[in-house]
Ligand binder design. Structure first.
Ligand code: PLP
Length: 487
């Protein structure tokens, strides 16, 4: 399997790379995102086999089957060991790893429709990002050891990504993490999760500023190519193909739990920000998983919903980016969206290059309304969308708790709200649960008048000693800190 950039021009001379080459890279050199040259096709016999692999041997074995189609430069025994080590009941809390919870059965005249939650948030940091990041940590450690190299991961987080990265990389050989976050802006639980880590290879930097300031610092350091090379600076952001690939697996696992036979279809609703999670659903569907609809749920930051409704992709300035109660979806542009547009435009890299590298930079938007490809987003690729507001989240959290005794977090609530608007008779709808309510306690209290449940291992976490360095938003200070802690 080879990988190409979404901005690659289709000539024979373009560079194609293997998995381990792109594993430690961020963007492609031309500014595009990596995708496999083709999507491996899963036929009926394979799907049948994978169904029993998941039920009989478990999630790690299923992950190995899926990943083997995308990774051919790690020996099979090693890849199997990495999957087995990553997806354990001890780390993810259940034998199923991503168990389905039946929420309700909505009766229509024609048939019944079951709504499920797929639990993706029982990993170390209680958000779905653990599903991919835990694998990435083990892949990084493996590949760095093989090369005899080191990596210093520099990141910016508003909460979930940073903690998922730190819990995945803690104690790993050859990797250090330098994670910037906006001082005082994460929820107390999120701060406690990150800052209580005492591992020597984990460094928290609280920046006086907002999330954008943190992101600017990371960009400024990465743009200093000499510094980047000398100090082996890398990233773990959501455009990394390995993260997306890891997420493909749970679409299969969700399908196998919701259906009895491969003739059945399901739909998924995915709370979306940077389009990484739902893009993995798109890949699963392209591989042949019988997915009917992929419903994109946004909050007030509705860049994606707007595109899917109108054909106009319009990125927002930071002043137009709303701070909401589902903060992990507060994005001004969707960094993984380029991957889907590449497929939508029949993999015309030259055109993607113009749209994302030029039009978007100059005009802040592009318009595919008049393009026949646009209507295929729905007809050929199954995409639908909807949005949700703070009031919707409160109402959905209340209704779900009242009727089913299930407490959901604010992001998952965006998904459940939008899913209800897209139910189809006879097609089970699976909503991806992207975080547990304890991470966003203030809104749960607002909705339910009580504190969310807290997994026992997080009892008293806010009282633990904290390890964090506070800094002004100064590039030189960040660089100096990295240099000092790189020995
Ligand atoms: C990151 C995140 C999202 C958004 O996922 P994308 O892959 O960026 O679309 C949604 N919910 C939660 C809780 C998250 O942490």
């Amino acid at each position: 399997m080879k990988y190409l950039s979404t901005r690659a021009v289709a000539t024979d001379s373009i560079e194609r790379k293997r998995f381990c080459e792109i594993l430690l890279e961020g963007l492609a050199p031309d500014g595009g995102l990596y995708l496999p040259e083709h999507y491996p096709q899963v036929d009926d016999a394979t799907l049948l086999k994978w169904r029993s692999v998941y039920h009989d041997q478990g999630y790690a074995a299923l992950a190995f089957e899926v990943l083997s189609l995308y990774i051919d430069d790690i020996p099979a025994t090693d890849l199997k060991a990495i999957c087995d080590k990553t997806y354990t009941e001890a780390v993810f809390g259940s034998k199923e790893i991503v168990p389905l919870k039946k929420l309700e059965v909505a009766s229509t005249d024609a048939a019944q429709t079951t709504l499920y939650l797929e639990a993706l948030s029982n990993g170390p940091t209680l958000a779905f990002k653990d599903m991919a990041m835990q694998l990435l940590g083990n892949l990084f450690e493996y590949e760095l050891a093989r090369r005899g190299e080191e990596l210093n991961i520099l990141g910016a987080t508003s909460g979930d990504t940073g903690s998922a990265a730190e819990y995945a990389m803690r104690g790993k050989k050859g990797v250090r993490v330098f994670m910037t976050s906006p001082f005082g802006r994460m929820s107390p639980f999120q701060q406690a999760q990150m800052f209580s880590l005492m591992d020597e290879n984990i460094h928290n930097i609280a920046v006086d500023g907002v999330f954008d300031d943190c992101q600017d610092l990371v960009k400024a350091v990465s743009n200093d190519l000499d510094f980047k090379r000398k100090y082996k600076i890398g990233t773990v952001n959501s455009i990394n193909w390995a993260r997306l690939m890891a997420q493909v697996v749970y679409y299969f696992a969700g399908y196998f739990q919701a259906t009895q036979a491969n003739t059945e279809k399901v739909s998924f609703t995915v709370p979306s920000g940077n389009f990484g999670n739902v893009c993995a659903g798109h890949v699963a569907r392209m591989m042949g998983l019988p997915i009917d609809k992929l419903v994109v749920a946004t909050n007030e930051n509705d860049v994606l919903d707007e595109f899917l409704r109108t054909g106009v992709y319009r990125v927002r300035g930071s002043a137009d980016t709303h701070e909401t109660s589902s903060p992990s979806m507060d994005i001004s542009k969707a960094s993984n969206f380029e991957r889907f547009v590449f497929d939508l435009l029949n993999r015309d890299g030259a055109r993607v290059n113009v749209l994302f590298g030029d039009t978007l930079a100059k005009e802040g938007r592009f318009d595919l309304r008049a393009d026949p490809a646009f209507s295929q987003a729905a007809t050929r690729y199954g995409f639908e969308s909807g949005k949700s507001t703070h009031a919707d989240r409160l109402a959905t959290i209340q209704a779900t708790f009242e009727h089913f005794g299930v407490m959901i977090d604010t992001h998952t609530a965006d998904g459940v709200k939008v899913a209800h608007e897209h139910l189809q008779p006879g097609v089970p709808m699976i909503v991806l649960e992207t975080a547990l309510p304890i991470k966003f306690a203030a809104t749960i209290v607002e909705a339910l008048g009580r504190e969310p449940d807290r997994p026992a291992r997080f009892e008293g976490i806010e009282a633990l000693p904290k390890r964090v360095t506070r800094m002004t938003a100064d590039v030189d200070a960040v660089k100096a800190y990295i240099v000092q802690h790189c020995q």
